[in-house]
Write a protein that binds this ligand. Structure first.
Ligand SMILES: Cc1cc2nc3c(=O)[nH]c(=O)nc-3n(C[C@H](O)[C@H](O)[C@H](O)COP(=O)(O)OP(=O)(O)OC[C@H]3O[C@@H](n4cnc5c(N)ncnc54)[C@H](O)[C@@H]3O)c2cc1C
Length: 239
């Protein structure tokens, strides 16, 4: 297990309307794999400790820093605190952690990324890793969010969709969609998975699904029905 260290907040900007993007500099940086996370620990004056996990949004190529995307949770102890941090603030953290939900550009085959809400964060690290180590392959990123303004990193994703060969960005919105919105306007379901990923299974893709437990459990069986190999489907649940 990694030791705790103190990260210093060097950049803060909104990654979506309810998600704060935070970049910390780390004195003892260790290279991560795309998909890994850090634990963040807050200690109150009376000694009360709250510890939560946050995935890296930054790709392994970003040296010396850790970027997180923290969704604000109503009455949330840690997410609420992190949202209010000022530049220069110091926070205890340890990582990178986790060895199951990881992807490396040396892995063959297409890449399927399916994220609900802040579940997009570790998938963004994988996509950025692919972009920085480009080899031609199919990469499809299906995102589900309540509204368009809650889709994380949307501008960056639209840019990749225009500029990165083989990359497809598919949006699904569960609330009202703005006029001219070209994506789906419902929850992710089997017909949608068929339309987006049908015919891909025989190419042996690696698939990564991340979000709240209900989202992950609703999506995973659909990919298996489409013929995806269960050993090549990796899931991460945010609670
Ligand atoms: C491996 C891993 C990686 C994670 N990565 C991220 C990440 O990149 N970004 C991110 O925003 N979160 C991530 N999470 C979730 C994160 O660890 C916290 O659970 C989340 O920020 C809520 O913590 P809190 O202290 O603010 O809320 P708490 O004080 O723990 O909970 C407050 C209330 O909100 C409910 N609640 C708790 N978690 C959630 C949730 N995720 N959504 C809605 N309601 C909730 C609780 O039931 C409770 O009623 C990750 C979790 C895991 C296990």
């Amino acid at each position: 297990m990694q030791d705790w260290q103190v990260g210093k907040l060097i950049k803060k900007e909104m990654a979506a309307s309810d998600v704060t993007g935070l970049i910390f500099s780390l004195p003892r940086f260790q290279k991560a794999m795309a998909g890994q996370h850090y634990d963040i620990r807050l200690t109150a004056e009376g000694g009360y400790v709250a510890e939560r996990s946050y995935s890296l949004a930054s790709p392994p190529e970003e040296v010396g820093v850790a970027e997180f995307g923290v969704q604000f949770v109503e009455n949330g102890e840690v997410s609420g605190y992190l949202r209010e941090l000022s530049l220069g603030a110091e926070v205890e953290m340890r990582g990178p952690l986790g060895g199951h939900f990881v992807w490396c550009h040396t892995m063959p085959g297409p890449l399927v990324l399916i994220g609900g809400g802040s579940g997009m964060v570790p998938l963004m690290s994988m996509l950025r890793h692919h972009v920085r180590n480009f080899v031609p392959r199919e990469v499809i990123f299906l995102v589900s969010a309540k509204t368009v303004d809650r889709i994380l990193y949307r501008e960056e994703l639209l840019k990749y969709a225009r500029e990165v060969a083989g990359f497809r960005f598919v949006e699904a919105i569960t609330d009202m969609a703005p006029e001219g919105f070209g994506g789906y306007t419902r929850r992710v379901d089997l017909p949608m998975l068929k339309e987006v990923f049908g015919g891909l299974a025989y190419k042996m893709p690696m698939a990564y699904i991340c979000g709240r437990t209900g989202f992950v459990e609703a999506v995973t069986p659909g990919l298996i029905q489409l013929g995806f190999n269960s050993h090549e489907i990796k899931t991460e649940r945010f609670g």
